[in-house]
Write a protein that binds this ligand. Structure first.
Ligand SMILES: [Zn+2]
Ligand SMILES: [Zn+2]
Length: 123
């Protein structure tokens, strides 16, 4: 039981100084920006919550998502993972004829390379 005691963590609750949400729809934007700022600098005081600042932050988040969008195309359209089995060095995937996204053979229940594949969303 000694090991269990050593791994115990005592959480400490703390409220950092921060801007208050000024509307009923910007909580998602603020949570993302608070998390990013906290991880980068350990504080969140520079995250602004004025309507103008929230608008800019929404655009920044959208641009960041679009920038990294291509990475998502490599992931299996069924299980959303890159490798179904991390132990397996050979990953066999099949491409949807319509949306061009990829799916693991297993996830797609794909049997023959002679058959065209359509993912569940396109079928
Ligand atoms: Zn999969
Ligand atoms: Zn598809």
């Amino acid at each position: 039981m000694k090991g269990k005691e050593e791994s115990r963590v005592d959480w400490k609750m703390e409220t950092l100084p921060h801007s208050k949400q000024m509307d009923s729809s910007s909580c998602g934007v603020l949570v993302l920006k608070f998390a990013k700022h906290y991880l980068m600098s350990g504080e969140v005081t520079r995250v602004l919550s004025t309507p103008e600042a929230i608008g800019l932050q929404r655009t920044e988040i959208a641009c960041e998502l679009l920038e990294h969008q291509s990475n998502a195309d490599d992931y299996c359209v069924v299980c959303s993972m890159l490798e179904a089995d991390p132990e397996s060095s050979m990953i066999e995937m099949v491409q949807c004829e319509f949306c061009l996204r990829w799916a693991h053979f297993g996830c797609a229940q794909y049997e023959s390379s002679l058959v065209k594949y359509l993912c569940d969303k396109c079928a």
